[in-house]
Design a binder for this molecule. Structure first.
Ligand code: MTE
Length: 355
């Protein structure tokens, strides 16, 4: 593999849009049903994909929140086979990059921010199999004093503007770590592909993608708050480390698609949220003046909705979709501005030609 490529898998142009150290799924290659295949699942690397030998790899767990394991030298070492021999669980879970939709800050709000210029394809759903993080921490000797769990990746150290920030790492509060976080070994029934974290990664349901540390090498469990540049500088807004994903919805139609006037068209929408399931999706075909409910046709980590539309007059239309989740979060017409362009959750304006 070419180290300059940063990503190992081929990234065919009809499936993926390539960025520097990253690639997003084309929405027209997202399967209508089921999971995102690994060949077109988005990739986001701060540096580059390491190639790791599972036979010699270990996951080292240590820290003041464990019994008698204060430092790295005292770590409990888990090998690949040991993780495989622990009770496995399988969950369908959504993963989304914090910056997904960043380009829309520019196109819809006139706000240009640095970072990967994602469209809306830095999101995917896969079936992940592995060991609950809680089971790993229990086996390592978790105590009731534990407060913070810092996962560290084995990819090369991240240098930004001449500053070396060390290995990619990010803390989780112990309550989240013990709730539903997975140490994943398989993606869609196969060992993780190198780009997606082989031999083991975290998958942190409902949280910003950066929490789901790939290529796990170390987990520090501390009896005090831990931090990293990925919680204090990056993926942070107004001194708050970002956690839950916001509601989003995407119209599954090419921009400027041509639809015949006088005929009925079934529009489909994909919607998801980090904090709770999406409970309603509304569609506007008149630029947001009026909204009509869409029907749910599929449940899951992202749900699918349909709306039948019979446009009468030819012309240019803007179709909008708006999701609401069970906690009452609703997509706003404008996303809150922030300097690095995170969590673009505003209603997306979708141009359509009726001919
Ligand atoms: N883990 C490590 N070790 N290094 C990384 O660069 N990128 C994070 C996260 N985990 C990253 C990482 C970010 S920003 C995202 S969005 C997800 O991995 C992307 O996961 P994927 O590439 O499997 O889609």
């Amino acid at each position: 593999t070419d180290p300059a490529a940063k990503i190992v898998k081929p990234l065919p142009e009809h499936l993926m849009v390539r960025h520097d150290g990253a690639a997003e799924t084309r929405w027209d290659s997202m399967p209508a049903q089921g999971d995102t295949p690994a060949d077109r699942f988005f990739v986001r690397n701060h540096t580059s994909t390491p190639l790791i030998d599972a036979a010699t790899w270990t996951l080292d767990v240590f820290g003041s929140g464990l019994r008698d394991r204060p430092g790295r030298r005292d770590a409990v070492r888990f090998g690949y086979d040991e993780l495989r021999s622990m009770p496995q669980v399988t969950h369908r879970l959504l993963l989304e990059c914090t910056g997904n939709g960043r380009r829309l800050f520019a196109t819809q709000q006139g706000e240009t921010t640095p970072g990967t210029p994602w469209g809306l394809g830095a999101v995917g759903v896969a079936t992940w199999t592995g060991v609950p993080l809680g089971a790993v921490l229990e086996r390592a000797g978790l105590t009731s004093s534990a407060r913070s769990v810092l996962a560290v990746g084995l990819d090369p150290e991240y240098v930004d503007d001449g500053v070396n920030h060390g290995r990619v790492r990010r803390p989780l509060p112990v309550a989240k770590a013990l709730d539903d976080v997975l140490v994943a070994l398989d993606m869609n029934g196969e060992p993780l592909p190198p780009d997606h974290g082989f031999p083991a990664r975290l998958v942190v349901p409902g949280w910003v993608g950066v929490a789901s540390i790939k290529w796990l090498g170390e987990i520090e469990v501390a009896d005090h708050e831990l931090s990293s540049p990925w919680s204090t500088t990056y993926y942070n807004v107004d001194d708050e480390a970002l956690t839950e994903l916001v509601p989003k919805s995407v119209l599954e139609l090419a921009p400027d698609a041509e639809l015949a006037a006088g005929q009925q068209h079934r529009l489909t929408v994909r919607a998801w949220s980090g904090s709770a399931p999406v409970t309603s999706v509304e569609v506007s075909t008149d630029d947001g003046r009026s909204w009509s409910p869409a029907d749910k046709v599929e449940d899951g980590p992202w749900s699918r909705w349909s709306y039948d539309w019979r446009p009468q007059e030819p012309g240019r239309y803007t179709v909008l979709t708006r999701a609401t989740d069970a906690t009452g979060n609703i997509q706003p017409s404008r996303a809150p501005s922030n300097p690095r362009g995170y969590l673009f959750g505003a209603v997306v304006r979708h141009p359509v030609q009726v001919v």
